[in-house]
Write a protein that binds this ligand. Structure first.
Ligand SMILES: NC(=O)c1ccc[n+]([C@@H]2O[C@H](COP(=O)([O-])OP(=O)(O)OC[C@H]3O[C@@H](n4cnc5c(N)ncnc54)[C@H](O)[C@@H]3O)[C@@H](O)[C@H]2O)c1
Length: 320
């Protein structure tokens, strides 16, 4: 199989590339390198016996960087991160929509068996807070933008539009459309603006008292390496016919964790025990987020990394 992964230098893209190479696929990645981590990809390419080609570039600006035909495409490049998105809502919409349309146009022009679109639990988060989306949340729920004028919702707006564009293009192109809805995937290669790297950074700086925003909120966390395996499992299911027509699938862990417990686990793992300073959750942040992973489990996938082990790996990596 010849597979394209956009955003291959990212937290999830990189683990997917590794999982695809382990399965002996030929992989092309394209990434602008804006988030760093591009060297990891180059090192992986050097060890791949010619099966990984990495292209560095911004295909929102130059769609011609997408070159050649592929059996499967994983479109993961995007502007992400609540803080960055909140400060750059138009860039978020523009990049996320331009890259998605560029990938879909390319799939339509060159032909493809399956296109995977990286979507998000943010797409239904407002429905959880308003009480009409259940938790744990299955795939077939109403998607909602809470306040279209609030910059943070530009991200979910771009992801909802992307899901719709994917299904529309698949009708015209005859490929299997697969929406993978990620739920708090974390790993050692993550940038600084997510809850886990933020906690670890505060530990590094010995911040005491230690602010914890929205301690009563819950999330579920999936280690990036497990995420790579989950995606390879879904690809197998599309190819062997179990998900031949594509569809929506939640990628995440079903273990619900309070943010206060996450902080406690970080303290246990790092051996730093400050006084916790509880703070209100950021505006627009959903109270609970846990995916119903029945569909993913039915394909034979189960996460293998415990939260405390994943946190320990992130802590070790950050200290190198
Ligand atoms: N990590 C999560 O928990 C999570 C949750 C929900 C959805 N997602 C989605 O999954 C995908 C991967 O997420 P991630 O956590 O690996 O993010 P990430 O930021 O680590 O990776 C995204 C990659 O895309 C690249 N990129 C951005 N714009 C580009 C452009 N115009 N051209 C080429 N490359 C570009 C970046 O350089 C980066 O390496 C994203 O689409 C994200 O929205 C992730």
């Amino acid at each position: 199989m010849r597979v394209l992964v956009t955003g291959g230098a990212g937290v999830i893209g990189f683990e997917l590339v590794r999982a695809l190479l382990e399965r002996r696929h030929e992989v092309v990645t394209i990434d602008s390198g804006i988030k760093g981590g591009y060297e990891d990809l180059e090192q992986l390419a050097a060890r791949s016996e010619g099966r990984l080609k990495s292209v560095r570039g911004d295909f929102a600006r130059d769609p011609r960087l997408l070159d050649g035909a592929f059996d499967a495409i994983f479109h993961f490049a995007a502007i992400v991160g609540v803080r960055y998105v909140s400060d750059h809502p138009y860039e978020t919409m523009a990049v996320n929509m331009r890259t998605t349309l560029a990938v879909l146009d390319h799939a339509l022009a060159t032909g493809c068996k399956a296109v995977f679109f990286a979507s998000s639990s943010e797409n239904y988060a407002a429905g959880v807070d308003r009480g009409y989306v259940p938790v744990p949340t299955p795939e077939n729920v109403v998607l909602t933008i809470d306040d279209v004028a609030l910059p943070r919702w530009s991200y979910a707006a771009s992801k909802i539009a992307g899901e719709s564009a994917l299904f529309g293009a698949a009708r015209a192109g005859g490929f299997a459309p697969v929406v993978v809805r990620f739920h708090n995937v974390y790993g050692p290669r993550m940038g600084p603006t997510h809850v886990i790297p933020e906690f670890l950074e505060r530990v590094r700086q010995r911040v005491d008292p230690f602010p914890v925003y929205g301690p009563e909120q819950t999330r579920s966390f999936l280690y990036a390496e497990d995420c790579g395996r989950a995606l390879a499992t879904v690809l197998d299911a599309v190819l062997d016919g179990r998900m031949a027509k594509g569809g929506l699938i939640n990628i995440g862990s079903s273990l619900e964790t309070r943010i206060s417990d996450l902080a406690q686990t970080v303290f246990d793992v790092t051996g730093f025990h400050p006084r916790v300073d509880p703070q209100p959750a950021p505006p627009g942040s959903v109270a609970r987020r846990v995916p119903d992973t029945t569909k993913l489990k039915s394909l034979g996938f189960a996460p293998s990394t415990l939260l405390r082990d994943g946190l320990a790996a992130c802590w070790r990596e950050g200290r190198r």
